[in-house]
Write a protein that binds this ligand. Sequence first.
Ligand code: ARG
Length: 257
Amino acid sequence: MAKQSLRIFILLLAAVTVLAVGCSQQQAQGGDLVQVGTDAAYPPFEKQEGSGKITGFDIEVMQAIAKAEGFKVNVQHTGWDPLFEGIDRGKIDAGISAVTITDARKKKYDFSDPYFEAKQLILVPANSKAKSLKDLKGKRIGVQSATTGEVVVQEAFGKTYHGLKGYDDTPAAIDDLSNGRVDAVVADNGVVLEYMKKLPKGKFKTIEDPSFKPEYYGIFVKKGNKEVLDKINSGLKKIKKDGTYDKIYKKYFGTKK
Ligand code: ARG
């Protein structure tokens, strides 16, 4: 080989090496960062502070899982419907948002092991005569669209029940209850109880309905994303075993799980 072409060859080899090393490093970094989406308007599970910071029970659980497994998370407020779309499009790797594991959702997504038990709860003005969901027939009921709260109302009164008012987020439904634009709101018990603390004292009350079944929250990923799901399940096991989960639970719900 002539001196000149040898020099070019070495230069090229060096360039290719630098490129290859750079790429693999980037991949390693990308692989360690899990993009997490949430609808940060569901306290105490997730909410956005004035500073923009996203906090809550779910967020701490997710962060603890990541710490236990040695990966990083970037938690973003996506909203509810966009969270599912974000997972579909691969923009979000994992969703944690008080999401109930349902058969319908399991067709499209893979869920982690359950990490929290919940139930629907009805929020009404204190002077309401209703004792159960069926007593609210004919009344306007606010729910967050595409949630299990919406499902229980549709199961009771039909899919196209005229009194059903769907909102993009739960705080908007509660606002309308405060303003008298709806007669009741159906949402997860933890969230309804949280709002009971914030709403004017004595103005509202909650109603349990015997027909409401226990629900279980799971963290979800795109169907087949075993890599991320395995890490999540493994981390969840670790934080349940070492007491971290109980500590977070106690911080938010006052009792030990
Ligand atoms: N658990 C209910 C469901 O899965 C409501 C969840 C709503 N979560 C939220 N962050 N807005 O349908």
